[in-house]
Design a binder for this molecule. Structure first.
Ligand code: 0RQ
Length: 473
């Protein structure tokens, strides 16, 4: 099944709960009843949560933040396929996931001519509507009817070898239709709801996030002075999570204005930058707002028209467009190692947090990318700068700049050992800095002049095993 939903917005609110009840009843009667579940990105307790609790999902892609679904994934009860968010739609078109039976899609309205007005997210809905045999629509009255005109659904994608260039040359450029299309013969049900999206509350901006925002914004000033970007910068992508949200807060009080954003998710602080005039426009695929910000947006939706475009995620995250527009990509991380490999997904090498999301779509193809995180986690017992990353999502070849509350490390144009010294000196917490230098010194000595990225393999992951054995690195 393909369901709508992206970072807690625009997911179906009624059908998943009903489905979960029928699954539970079927299991009690000794019958098997599970689905393979594809969405845009994360949904909510009302979708992932209830289906996980009902043990109703055997396969899940491409991104999840629900704690019950996460537990089922890490217990091995659900096969989770951690896919780049821009890739999933085309992979379904390519046939990598088999046939899609049913699509359950939330929309703001169905027009008399059968066209669909999307609501707070577009995600993979175009593909699910095209590919599924049967379609269930949820029309959610909570989404303002004025959503009509906020979306740009591109119907020009072809499959290789007949692909054409996607001609988005400016972040706010329209190339498609404001509506989703569906073959009315496939629609088996329309369910009316009136329910809010997930409340995406963020941790308050703290001193550490403020420090990270400060370093990052100073760095952008430096890039402007160096003549590498205009004073209106380049389009900004900002990832999900507390840290990325906080970094945007810093832009609000900076001198920058008339910026643009080409991103996947609009969090509270990004929307706030439109209000302050820091941003002129945002292109994304979904909102991910706190309840208060969502209600405020819904009440004033008309004032944002023409400044926000929501596109399918295969367009909002498309590598071709990311590279052409020259994005500044800002994403959170779990840990980075001294050579600049970044782990965005797994705790201690094994436990899945959320998934790679769009971070890979953006980072590899960006003009300039930043990975941001506090230098320690869990009250200091974990260093987020480690000798060797316990899982790698972004390789040293892709990572440009690391930022922690300790400082910023520009890794562009550096070879591994120089890079490692810079990461340790600028980004590691002082409690861990000497040990990291000591590790690097001994790794260089042990390589006896024959190591480009020297490691002591028997020790490289010892910080993680220390944590697992004793509760601290
Ligand atoms: O756990 O809440 O239990 O304490 O991870 O960490 O510091 O609050 O940071 O909310 O910005 O999330 C990488 C997860 C960061 C996010 C990640 C623990 C930490 C806390 C969250 P607690 P913070 P954030 C486009 C971009 C992948 C997807 C992506 C993410 C929790 O940014 O999901 O980038 N990224 N998408 O304590 C153990 C470590 C840890 C750690 C942090 N080293 N070891 N636990 N934590 N570091 C958007 C989309 O794709 C949709």
């Amino acid at each position: 099944m393909g369901m709508s939903g992206f970072t807690g917005s625009g997911y179906p609110k009624a059908v998943p709960g009903e489905l979960a009840q029928r699954m539970t009843a079927a299991h009690a009667a000794g019958d098997e009843f599970t689905i393979g579940l594809l969405t845009g990105a994360s949904t909510s307790q009302e979708l992932d949560g209830v289906l996980a609790k009902a043990k109703g999902v055997h396969l899940r892609a491409p991104f999840n933040t629900d704690p019950d679904m996460r537990r089922a994934i890490n217990a091995g009860d659900v096969e989770f396929i951690d896919t780049h968010l821009s890739h999933l739609a085309q992979q379904v078109w390519f046939g990598y996931y088999g046939k899609l039976d049913v699509a359950v899609i939330e929309v703001a309205a169905v027009l008399p001519n059968g066209l669909l007005v999307p609501g707070s997210s577009v995600g993979n809905n175009k593909t699910w509507l095209d590919q599924a045999d049967k379609v269930i629509l949820e029309v959610n009255e909570w989404h303002p009817r004025e959503y009509e005109g906020f979306h740009d659904v591109y119907y020009g994608t072809q499959l290789p070898p007949r692909r054409n260039p996607i001609e988005i040359l400016r972040p706010d450029q329209r190339i498609g239709d404001p509506y989703l299309r569906v073959d009315p013969k496939k629609v088996v049900a329309i369910v009316e709801t009136n329910a809010p999206d997930r409340d995406n509350a963020f941790a308050p901006v703290d001193e550490k996030s403020e420090a990270m925002a400060g370093y990052l914004i100073d760095f952008l000033r430096h890039e402007v002075r160096a003549g590498r970007m205009p004073d209106t910068l380049l389009p900004i992508q900002s990832g999900s999570g507390n840290v990325a949200n906080a970094v945007l807060d810093g832009l609000k009080t900076s001198e920058f204005e008339h910026l643009t954003s080409y991103t996947e998710v609009i969090q509270d602080n990004l929307l706030g930058l439109l209000d302050t005039g820091t941003l002129d426009s945002i292109s994304a695929t979904a909102f991910s707002l706190s309840r208060e910000a969502a209600e405020n947006f819904n009440a004033n939706i008309e004032s944002y028209k023409g400044r926000i475009l929501l596109r399918p995620q295969e367009m909002s995250n498309h590598p071709e467009i990311v590279r052409r527009l020259g994005l500044i990509a800002i994403n959170g991380m779990v840990e980075a190692d001294i050579y600049g490999h970044v782990n965005s997904t797994h705790v201690s090498g094994s436990r899945m947090l959320n998934g790679i999301g769009g971070s890979g779509d953006f980072a590899r193809n960006a003009f300039l990318n930043f990975f941001v995180s506090p230098s320690t986690a869990k009250n200091g017992v974990i260093s987020t700068i480690v000798p060797m990353a316990s899982h790698v999502d972004h390789t040293e070849h892709d990572v440009h700049v690391l930022v922690t509350e300790q400082g910023i490390a520009d890794l562009r144009g550096t070879s591994p050992i120089k890079r490692a010294r810079r990461v340790i000196d600028n980004c590691a917490h002082p409690d861990y800095r000497d040990r990291l230098h000591d590790y690097l010194d001994r790794a260089i000595a042990a390589s006896k002049g024959a190591g480009h990225s020297p490691h002591i393999l028997s020790e490289a992951l010892s910080w993680h095993t220390n944590f697992l054995d004793s509760g601290q690195m």
